[in-house]
Design a protein around this ligand. Structure first.
Ligand SMILES: Nc1ncnc2c1ncn2[C@@H]1O[C@H](COP(=O)(O)OP(=O)(O)OP(=O)(O)O)[C@@H](O)[C@H]1O
Length: 354
């Protein structure tokens, strides 16, 4: 199933002109500089912009040359930067607002379970205006999910929150991105949110989509705001299990097992690790008697000159996931590395992201 969309929005000093097709699963980040049209695109998807275009969610058409389904008839959940709750209604009534209007047969969520998961049970009788920013955003997420949407639109849901509240909401978003049965569009300015949550990235600039990438492709693409020269990073997706008594934390992926340091407060489950290019060295064979325990077989996909004297390698690991490695030009020539070379990625540090 795919999402197919094309929109043209004409404003005085701005034009949105996009045309894209995506798999209708997982989280697609809309990423790009301020004013590039991320919110406008989200609003067009929601039917909040009267504009030319088309939008298909699988077999459902929400807009084309002859049809325009109004927003209230589109099965979507929309979470904004700042949660706009009904101040005169309790948390419970806010949560149930859309849910009550939904025919029983269409209610997919277990309401009590969802409220419990969001940690909102103790707040149910409070008024919407008495909540902190993080609590309000949790209610907004709950309210959207309770309408059993077929598409979820999240517009910078963390950007208005302080650091504490961000830490509180991020694990919920991570869980949502792993478990959600519906596609999610997620607007953000923050590379770390893309790394933690996205499966795909629509990279936008000046009202256009300049790249429609998988997460791996997006992170590997130089000259974009996602790509930070001083800390080029890759993501490996896998599964975390309980820490061992000696403090090591096993992380299993198609690329093999990585050993991480530290605790795993979240327990076993799907997770991502972030690996900085500067934390990856290369050997032509496994190395014994060395402190680096993470040594994964890899193949060199590309070799690109980076900052003065250094070279960036893109490596493919078993199973196809990719990570970058930063080496000196001297090391690349000493090891005689070329595109297609088989080697071992020696990973000094990997940070658990979820
Ligand atoms: N209601 C409006 N009327 C006229 N111009 C608007 C309106 N809303 C947004 N714009 C303009 O349209 C362009 C795209 O805005 P949009 O909010 O979609 O960008 P964005 O990428 O989401 O930005 P940000 O990351 O800052 O939220 C900007 O130039 C903005 O000034």
């Amino acid at each position: 199933m795919t999402i197919q969309a094309a929109f043209q929005v004409q404003r005085k000093n701005f034009q949105l002109d996009v045309d894209f097709t995506l798999p209708a699963t997982g989280v697609t980040a809309l990423f790009g500089p301020s004013g590039c049209g991320k919110t406008t695109l989200l609003r067009a998807i929601a039917g909040l912009e009267q504009c030319k275009g088309r939008f298909w969610l699988g077999q459902q058409c929400w807009q084309d040359e002859t049809l325009f389904v109004p927003t209230y008839k589109r099965r979507l959940g929309y979470v904004f930067q700042e949660a706009s709750l009904f101040p005169h209604l309790s948390v419970q009534k806010n949560l149930e607002y859309g849910w009550r209007r939904l025919p029983q047969a269409q209610r997919r969520e277990d309401k009590d379970q969802l409220i419990d998961w969001l940690g909102l049970t103790p707040l149910l009788q409070q008024g919407g205006e008495q909540l902190s920013g993080g609590q309000r955003q949790r209610v907004a997420i709950g309210r959207a999910l309770l309408t059993s949407p077929e598409l979820l639109l999240l517009d910078e849901p963390l950007s208005a929150l302080d650091n504490g509240a961000k830490q509180e909401i991020m694990p919920l978003l991570e869980h949502l991105s792993e478990q959600a049965k519906v596609p999610i569009f997620y607007v953000t300015h923050a590379p770390i949110e893309v790394e933690r949550l996205a499966n795909r990235v629509l990279l936008m600039d000046k009202g256009r989509i300049i790249h429609n990438d998988s997460l791996q492709q997006a992170l590997a693409r130089p000259n974009t705001p996602l790509y930070r020269y001083e800390q080029v990073a890759g993501i490996i997706e896998g599964r975390i299990t309980e820490s061992l008594a000696d403090g090591r934390l096993p992380f299993d992926s198609e690329a093999g097992r990585l050993w991480l340091a530290g605790n795993n407060p979240a327990g076993a489950g799907p997770a991502r690790v972030r690996i900085l290019a500067s934390d990856v060295s290369i050997a032509l064979a496994p190395v014994a008697n060395i402190s680096i325990v993470n040594q994964l077989p890899a193949k060199v996909l590309s070799i690109t000159p980076a900052a003065t004297g250094s070279v960036l390698l893109r490596l493919t690991l078993a199973g196809g996931q990719q990570i970058p490695a930063q080496l000196s030009a001297y090391s690349v020539s000493q090891l005689n590395l070329t595109e297609g070379s088989h080697c071992y990625a020696l990973i000094k540090a990997a940070a658990l992201l979820s």
